[in-house]
Design a protein around this ligand. Sequence first.
Ligand code: ZN
Ligand code: ZN
Length: 124
Amino acid sequence: MTPETKRNAVIAVTVVAVAVAAWMTWGYLGRAGASGVEGRIELKVFCDQCKYTADAELSELTPPAGGKAARAPIFGPGYKCPKCGKETLYANPYVCTKCQTLFLMSKGASGAPERKCPKCGEVQ
Ligand SMILES: [Zn+2]
Ligand SMILES: [Zn+2]
């Protein structure tokens, strides 16, 4: 190996190392940017009427005429559902631990709110 080829080899290794570091940095920033853009609040929404389910962004949802969407149908109207057009779209539904059905808080026999799965009856 002449000193010249040795120098070129060192340069080549350095270039590759810098390229890999840059690629990793950009890859990391790219991923962080895709999932954590400022002001984006992503949540799961569920329509009590047509069972429409989606991952939505808070700013994309249409609040009810009253201004603020309720937590569940028993507390008032929710967001406007893009599928059926009713104000029955609620954020962050419960997921039944037994049958994985999505559901919202309902009123129990005593009148108190309860988290009971409408499909299998499991109380969460
Ligand atoms: Zn709907
Ligand atoms: Zn269930």
